[in-house]
Design a protein around this ligand. Structure first.
Ligand code: FAD
Length: 427
């Protein structure tokens, strides 16, 4: 068990921890096992980082990483693939380095979690027990949330919000559309994976149309009136894409209430749009295994105790990355990587009878408005009670009036960031 002294200190309020934190810590208490077994589900930015951190922080542990596919396809920069500016294989990474480090990598889907018996069942029926479980399953499309949009519809109206076949499908549809055609993108309410992602995608599709389909247009139907880096995107759109790209928000009646995949139509509160290509950025929820484990709430996402990312709804399970409710922290690869590292360290400390770290996390999201035009938003986050709150004044966005040379530099920083993070996680 975690040190009684430490627990009492939390209880007496020395650290300012709430009763909820105490409950979270109790749920994380050590089993005292000499060779603890830690199972991690999901080998993306969160899960793979957590496995690597644990390998170093807890050398005695047996660490098993369960990944659905032998090859991971990264979403950051997949918008460049859609715009024909990059090929999919450079987005793909394997797990050989992690296996060489002594992480047991199992290529299988985790089908179920029994939190009471502390076990994970794989698709082949095999059952793995754990002392501690980390879930980093990313997102699933919430097919129940948008009338007319089910898995079959996504084959005609791709979402491309999980990179891979969907990314290539959207690219092919853009290539095949008429030179004077119409592309419609639908964008949901928050929260969803990568808040600026739809607007980067819109920019790069507009870049593609300007280059290859000179008479074509792109219409964005957004369920919101404000979005990440809005002023920067809109200024850049005016400058680079003019009338080719039109954005409508909720106040314009652009909230999408349904689609008809066969007819390639989108319905809003007031209008109906037919288009040659429709990209539905869909409503989302935590990857399904989170609900199977009982750690997702009615919102579809997973509440966690801030400092440890321990699930509030089950003991000895931590949830990180897109699946977790991290409040002010966005759902990004940068954040998932930071959370993976933090939770690896916190688990090692908890199993070693030490208090969890009191820490600060960062996030930076780059977006490409064009291949030579980058913008960014950065944030600094700290636990405030049981919520991750943004530290006021510590972050910010690129300036609105930066010269072209600064935009080109930020585009380069974005590429360097992708190279660095993917080496850090998979290399
Ligand atoms: P993921 O990376 O999705 O990893 C989850 C893994 O778990 C997947 O491989 C999945 O197959 C696997 N899995 C799920 N369930 C199971 C199961 N039951 N059994 C086994 N395996 C399972 N972020 C940035 O920081 N910067 C960007 O520029 C950026 N650009 C983006 C652009 C687009 C178009 C999109 C869609 C996203 C972008 N993101 C960006 C967001 C980023 O991709 C996600 O936030 C990040 O991948 C989250 O990491 P994760 O570990 O939570 O989930």
């Amino acid at each position: 068990m975690i040190g009684r002294r430490a627990l009492l200190r939390y209880a007496s309020g020395v650290s300012g921890a709430s009763a909820a934190t105490l409950a979270g810590l109790a749920g994380c208490a050590s089993t005292g096992s000499a060779r603890p077994r830690i199972v991690i589900v999901g080998g993306g930015f969160g899960g793979a980082t957590c496995a690597r951190t644990l390998r170093v922080a807890l050398p005695s542990a047996r660490i098993t990483l369960i990944v659905r596919e032998a090859t991971y396809t990264a979403c950051p920069f997949s918008n460049l693939v859609i715009a024909g500016l990059r090929e999919l294989p450079v987005q793909q990474f394997g797990y050989a380095t992690l296996a060489a480090l002594g992480i047991e990598v199992r290529i299988a889907a985790a089908r179920d979690v029994d939190a009471a018996r502390r076990s994970v069942t794989l698709a082949n029926g095999e059952r793995l027990t754990y002392d501690r479980l980390v879930l980093s399953p990313g997102i699933d499309v919430d097919y129940a949330a948008l009338p007319g949009y089910d898995r079959a519809a996504s084959e005609r109206l791709p979402h491309a919000w999980q990179a891979g076949a969907q990314t290539l499908l959207l690219r092919e549809q853009l290539r095949a559309m008429p030179a004077d055609g119409l592309v419609v993108m639908t964008i949901p309410e928050n929260p969803y994976r990568c808040p600026p992602g739809p607007y980067e995608r819109a920019s790069l599709i507009a870049h593609y149309l300007r280059t290859h389909k000179p008479g074509a247009r792109l219409l964005l139907l957004d369920a919101k009136d404000r979005f990440s880096k809005m002023s920067l995107f809109r200024a850049a759109w005016r400058e680079r894409y003019g009338d080719r790209l039109q954005w409508l928000g909720a106040a314009d009646g652009a909230r999408v209430i349904g689609v008809d995949a066969d007819a390639r139509r989108v319905f809003t509160d007031f209008d109906e749009y037919a288009a040659d290509v429709i990209n539905v950025v869909p409503p989302q929820k935590a990857g399904a295994i989170a609900a199977r484990a009982g750690v997702a709430d009615a919102s579809g996402w997973c509440p966690v105790y801030a400092a440890t990312f321990a699930a509030t709804l089950a003991e000895r399970i931590h949830v990180i990355g897109d699946a977790a409710i991290a409040n002010a922290m966005p759902k990004s690869a940068f954040a998932a990587n930071a959370q993976g590292r933090l939770v690896g360290l916190q688990i090692a400390r908890l199993l070693g009878d030490q208090e969890p770290l009191d820490t600060t996390l960062l996030n930076t999201c780059y977006s490409l408005v064009a291949p030579d035009y980058g913008i960014s938003v950065a944030g600094v986050y700290r636990p405030n009670g049981e919520r991750w709150a943004e530290v006021p004044g510590a972050g910010g966005t690129s300036p609105l009036d930066a010269p072209a040379a600064s935009r080109a530099l930020e585009a380069r920083y974005a590429r360097d960031w992708f190279t660095a993070i993917t080496r850090d996680v998979f290399g």
